[in-house]
Design a protein around this ligand. Sequence first.
Ligand SMILES: Nc1ncnc2c1ncn2[C@@H]1O[C@H](COP(=O)(O)OP(=O)(O)O)[C@@H](O)[C@H]1O
Ligand SMILES: N[C@@H](CCOP(=O)(O)O)C(=O)O
Length: 322
Amino acid sequence: MAVYTDISEVELEALLAAYDAGSLLSYKGIAEGSENSNYLLHTTKAAFILTLYERRVDKADLPFFLGLMEHLAEHGVSCPLPVRRRDGEVISEIAERPAALITFLEGMWLRRPAPQHCRQVGRAIAGLHLAAQGFALSRPNALALDGWRDLWRKAAPRADEVEPGLSEEVEADLATLGRAWPGDLPTGIIHADLFPDNVFFLGGEVSGIIDFYFACNDLLAYDVATCLNAWCFEKDGSYNLTKGTALLAGYQEIRPLEPAEIEALPLLARGSALRFMLTRLYDWLTIPDGALVNKRDPMEYVRRLRFHRQIRSSSEYGIGIT
Ligand SMILES: Nc1ncnc2c1ncn2[C@@H]1O[C@H](COP(=O)(O)OP(=O)(O)O)[C@@H](O)[C@H]1O
Ligand SMILES: N[C@@H](CCOP(=O)(O)O)C(=O)O
């Protein structure tokens, strides 16, 4: 559950008074998600999502995230739109938190995506990469190599409590990735967290993408690698080649990967697995048991890391197989 901050109807009515979004009929906290507090609101005009920014979101980055959603929506990507207040602003404050009202997106996320869904996700992420070109703002990836090292410094002393020997594994990965991380691949704006819970489907088709709060400028192929990690592994930790093949084919239908991007996939997938392992490990060790937050298992991503370490060629992910 992710509702970190409780709000009252009195606070909400005061907030809505600044918008032209109707008056409050009902609201409830949303159990899903892990980073921010989200409320579903029904007003006399429509349904909305109110997000209170909590954990890793820096208020200074909100114009980037909210502006990006506007830019993407204008360029054909189905995603929520921030609602402007009567004074033209999109960022409000409620319960001492920065907050934004965004439009409600119909659809549901898939607990058990199939290869045809992975193909669509590949297409959607490539479409997002192309649509984001020309967005005026930029934001460096706070969870790139330096960010991983910061997280690791904080988590390292207790890492072996989660898995004996984990410290040694992560030190070796950080050293390898630090030496070999590619610097010369195509860059642009990436979603950076395109997990199944951030892609909505309606009637078997992608109906929209949500949760742009890790979006940043980075290697485009790194986003593809994150999708391989998030969509193409089974519960038992095995890689599903059919899903990987479908996702990569979907991406290539819209934006063909360059040979250097294809070659870098094992390294990028390993880096992406390390990134999600580290945020999960940090949360695992710091969020108290019993807190109303979904704590995600870092071991799931330790297993992904081990898989990527033994990959010898990108063809093992399904690239080029049709
Ligand atoms: N625009 C939206 N339309 C419909 N539901 C949404 C929207 N934004 C968020 N949600 C709901 O809130 C949940 C958590 O949102 P998310 O942005 O993933 O939160 P977090 O940033 O905390 O992970 C989603 O799984 C979805 O159920
Ligand atoms: N996708 C991340 C956690 C953050 O996910 P969110 O969609 O709830 O913001 C992970 O799986 O570690």
